[in-house]
Design a protein around this ligand. Structure first.
Ligand code: ADP
Ligand code: MG
Length: 312
């Protein structure tokens, strides 16, 4: 028998799939050729500075904006179809909440609309808003509004939870409660995708980190792998003759290599060993410089290498 059980087919379908997705606003390429698969049960951080394109990518994923080119699929379907089927819970960075209602009325409404709702009291207490259930939504503080958004995103059992900078405006206690709930959701096999510009948050929560910059993914790996890359050192030197690219590319601990004329720029996560191996090749590097990289510099260095690579 070669027939596949429906659940086996489902398990193989990516939860989220971006294929060559681009979105521009005038000259700004907010999302630039994004190709990406997220798998069931992953907790994924979309990490990048302000303006990196995180919200744009999530809005495309949720079908709130339309891509200029490329396709976005959720569970193998269009975002609209997946959302209509109640498979996705989302917490957005902006966007108004319905105002002329109480917190409880709003949560009750969203639970009523969800195909697999949790009990209203459970949703309220999990989000830490049981004590403000009777308050009008338009009288809430910023942090309380965030908790209400969180409640709405977890009003029912969703296979995918999408969160755009969810802890903005939350105090430390609310943050802890929030991430404990998200971990609990992930433990139940849900896929969680959240945008953040805090490396620490990505590090503590995510089992996969996507570094986004100018609408492109610069790195995709575990937090440890990203940190090693962010903590990489930059090695730069001049060679007398032409650079042997193949030999240089084989250097140990190399993460990026950029050759322009006689100038060689390398990112390495073990600078001592890499430099030692440069001498081992029988080369005589001049004007040798080794410098550490901060996260911000790593973003820039990786982007420069990427731009140099795509330019040729
Ligand atoms: N509606 C819009 N009109 C024009 N430019 C936009 C719009 N939305 C986003 N942008 C631009 O697209 C880029 C990515 O923005 P955004 O996706 O909000 O990034 P992030 O969420 O990572 O901060 C930025 O340069 C931003 O100014
Ligand atoms: Mg944003």
């Amino acid at each position: 028998m070669t027939t596949t059980a429906p659940e086996a087919t489902e398990a193989k379908t990516a939860v989220v799939s971006f294929d060559q997705v681009s979105k521009a606003y005038g000259d700004v390429r907010a999302v630039d050729g994004l190709t990406l698969d997220l798998h069931p049960g992953e907790t994924v951080a979309l990490l990048g500075p302000n303006g990196a394109g995180k919200s744009s990518a999530l809005d495309l994923l949720l079908g709130l904006r339309t891509a200029d080119s490329g396709t976005v699929r959720l569970f193998g379907r269009t975002p609209q179809a997946a959302i209509a089927a109640g498979r996705v819970g989302a917490m957005l960075q902006t966007g108004g909440l319905m105002e002329e209602v109480t917190v409880e009325e709003l949560v009750r409404l969203v639970c009523a609309l969800h195909p697999k709702p949790y009990p209203v009291t459970e949703v309220l207490s999990r989000a830490g808003i049981a004590s403000i259930a009777g308050r009008m939504v338009n009288k809430l503080s910023g942090g309380q509004e965030q908790r209400v958004r969180f409640a709405l995103a977890t009003a029912g059992a969703n296979d995918l939870i999408v969160l755009d900078e969810p802890t903005t405006g939350m105090d430390v206690t609310a943050r802890k409660a929030f991430w404990a709930t998200m971990r609990d959701q992930a433990d139940q096999g849900r896929t969680v995708l959240f945008a953040t510009h805090y490396l620490e948050e990505a590090d503590a929560i995510a089992d996969r980190v996507l570094v986004l910059h100018k609408g492109r993914i610069l790195a995709d790996g575990t937090a440890a792998e990203i940190k090693a890359r962010a903590g990489a050192r930059r090695i730069s030197f001049e060679l007398e003759g032409p650079a042997d690219e193949e030999a240089l590319r084989a250097l140990p601990f190399l993460s990026t290599l950029d050759i322009s004329g006689h100038r060689v720029r390398i990112q390495s996560h073990n600078a001592d060993a890499t430099v030692h191996a440069v001498y081992g090749l029988g080369l005589y590097p001049r004007e040798l410089e080794v410098a550490g990289l901060g996260l911000e510099q790593a973003f820039v260095a990786i982007t420069e290498a990427e731009e140099a690579r795509t330019a040729c």
